[in-house]
Design a protein around this ligand. Structure first.
Ligand SMILES: Cc1ncc(COP(=O)(O)O)c(C=O)c1O
Length: 404
C-alpha cells in the first residue's frame, strides 16, 4: 500500500486585499494615487495636466507654498544638505531639531517635546514604548489606525469604547484594577467624521479613575479654537489635564513628521526608549525648518488665517446642507458627505474628479458598511466662490448617482 501524501496547497501571496481593488479598477472608478504635478494658489492643484480644486488635502491654513516658509527651507538645504545621516540618537540631531522641539513644547504649554519622522510612527512608537503587557489601553473606537497599531504593538490589553461615549468609557475604567497602569487615548478631531472629542468629560473620568490621558491633535493643531491653539483652547482646558499630546507636521504645518509633547520625565524616557525614534532616521531638515517657520508665521498671521478657515468651513457646510446633502456630526474642516452605499460613493468620487474636484470616497473597512462618504477637507486658501461652486457640483453628482 502506498501512502498518498496530499499536495500542499500553497497559500496565496500576497494575501487578498481587504477590499476589492481589482473590481473597482475594472469598473473604471478607481480614483486613488491621483498624481499632482503642481500646487497652485487658492486651494487649486494641477493633476494629470488638469486644474482641479483640492478638496482632499489638509493644509488647513493654506501655509503650503507660503513664500517665507519655502525660502527658509531652501536656505536650510544650503546649510545642512538634503540628508540627515542617521538617527536622532546619533548623528541626526541638528541645533534646529532641538529649537523646534522647544517651540512645540511652548505651543502646547508642555515642558518638553520630541519630533519623529511621521505622525504614524509617533503614535506607534510612543504607545508601544509607554505601555506593556500588564497595562491597559482604553481607546475610542474611531481613533486613527496608528493608535490601534501602537496599542497592538505594545502588547497591552486593548479595550475600545464606543465612539465619544463617555458613559461607556467610564464603565470600562470602573472595571479595571485600581492599581493597573491605564492609558486613555482619543483623537481630538476624528479624521473621518470631523467630530470633536468630548474632552472635558474625558478629563473628568480620567481623573476619577487615575488614568493617563493621551490625545492625538493631528486635525486640531492650528484648527480648533479661535486662534488655532487646539483642543485646550477650544474648551478652555487646563493644559496640565492632558498628559501626552501627539500631533503631526504633515497637515496644517506644511512639512512631514510627528511629535509628542509632555512633561520632561516622559520625553526623557521616550528619547532613550522609543524604538521609532532611536532606530529610524531623523526628520528631514526641510521639515524641521518649515515647521519652525510655520510656528513663527502662525504667531503673526495665525488668528486671521484661522478665522478664514472657520468662515470657509461654515460656508461650505451650510451650502452642502442647503443643497440637500447630509454632513453628520462634523463641526470642523473635515466634512463627510454621507452617501451610504460604497459603490455609489466610489462612482460619485470619480464623477467629481472628472469635473475638476479633487476629492475621494471613503468606504469599508475604513467606515462601517452602509456609511460610505465623500470626504472633503476645507482650508483657509479656498475662496467662497470656489466652495459654493464645489458644493453645487457635488450635490448634482450625488443626486445623479442616487437616481441611477
Ligand atoms: C488622527 C491622525 N493621527 C495620525 C496620523 C498620522 O500622521 P502622519 O500623516 O504625519 O503620519 C494621521 C494622518 O492621517 C491622522 O489623521
Amino acid at each position: 500500500m502506498t501512502v498518498q501524501i496530499p499536495k500542499t496547497r500553497k497559500p496565496v501571496f500576497p494575501r487578498a486585499t481587504t477590499w476589492d481593488v481589482d473590481g473597482v479598477k475594472k469598473s473604471g472608478i478607481y480614483t486613488w494615487f491621483k498624481p499632482i504635478e503642481q500646487e497652485l494658489a487658492s486651494g487649486w492643484v494641477v493633476s494629470e495636466g488638469k486644474k482641479m480644486l483640492m478638496l482632499g488635502g489638509y493644509s488647513y491654513l493654506g501655509l503650503n507654498k507660503h513664500k517665507e516658509i519655502s525660502e527658509a527651507a531652501k536656505e536650510a538645504i544650503d546649510l545642512f544638505g538634503t540628508g540627515m545621516s542617521g538617527s536622532r540618537f546619533l548623528a541626526g540631531t541638528t541645533s534646529e531639531h532641538t529649537k523646534l522641539e522647544q517651540m512645540i513644547a511652548d505651543f502646547h504649554q508642555k515642558e518638553a517635546a520630541m519630533v519623529l519622522s511621521s505622525g504614524y510612527l509617533t503614535n506607534v512608537s510612543t504607545i508601544a514604548c509607554l505601555l506593556g503587557k500588564d497595562d491597559y489601553i482604553v481607546s475610542d473606537k474611531l481613533n486613527h489606525a496608528s493608535i490601534m497599531d501602537g496599542a497592538r504593538y505594545s502588547h497591552a490589553k486593548l479595550i475600545r469604547y464606543k465612539h465619544n461615549d463617555i458613559d461607556h468609557l467610564e464603565q470600562i475604567l470602573s472595571r479595571l484594577p485600581a492599581d493597573a497602569r491605564k492609558l486613555v487615548i482619543t483623537d481630538t478631531v476624528f479624521s473621518m467624521s470631523g467630530a470633536i472629542a468630548d474632552m472635558p468629560a474625558i478629563i473628568e473620568v480620567c481623573k476619577r479613575y487615575d488614568a493617563i490621558l493621551m490625545v492625538d491633535e493631528s486635525h486640531s493643531t492650528f484648527v480648533l479654537g479661535e486662534s488655532g491653539g487646539g483642543i485646550v483652547e477650544y474648551f478652555g482646558l487646563n493644559p496640565d489635564d492632558i498628559d501626552i499630546v501627539m500631533s503631526t507636521l504633515s497637515k496644517a504645518i506644511p512639512a512631514s513628521g510627528g511629535y509628542i509633547a509632555a512633561n520632561k520625565k516622559i520625553i526623557e524616557y521616550l528619547r532613550h526608549e522609543s524604538r521609532g525614534f532611536i532606530y529610524s532616521g531623523a526628520t528631514s531638515i526641510v521639515s524641521i525648518i518649515a515647521a519652525m517657520k510655520s510656528l513663527e508665521i502662525f504667531q503673526k498671521e495665525g488668528k486671521n488665517l484661522v478665522k478664514k478657515l472657520h468662515e470657509n468651513t461654515a460656508v461650505f457646510s451650510r451650502a452642502l446642507i442647503q443643497n440637500g446633502l447630509e454632513i453628520g456630526e462634523s463641526k470642523t474642516s473635515i466634512i463627510p458627505i454621507h452617501i451610504g452605499d460604497a459603490m455609489d460613493a466610489a462612482i460619485a468620487a470619480k464623477k467629481c474628479q472628472d469635473t475638476g474636484l479633487y476629492i475621494h470616497a471613503v468606504f469599508p473597512p475604513v467606515v462601517p458598511p452602509g456609511k460610505s462618504i465623500l470626504r472633503a477637507s476645507i482650508t483657509a486658501a479656498h475662496t467662497r466662490e470656489d466652495l459654493l461652486m464645489a458644493s453645487q457640483k457635488i450635490a448634482r453628482i450625488v443626486q445623479e448617482v442616487k437616481q441611477t
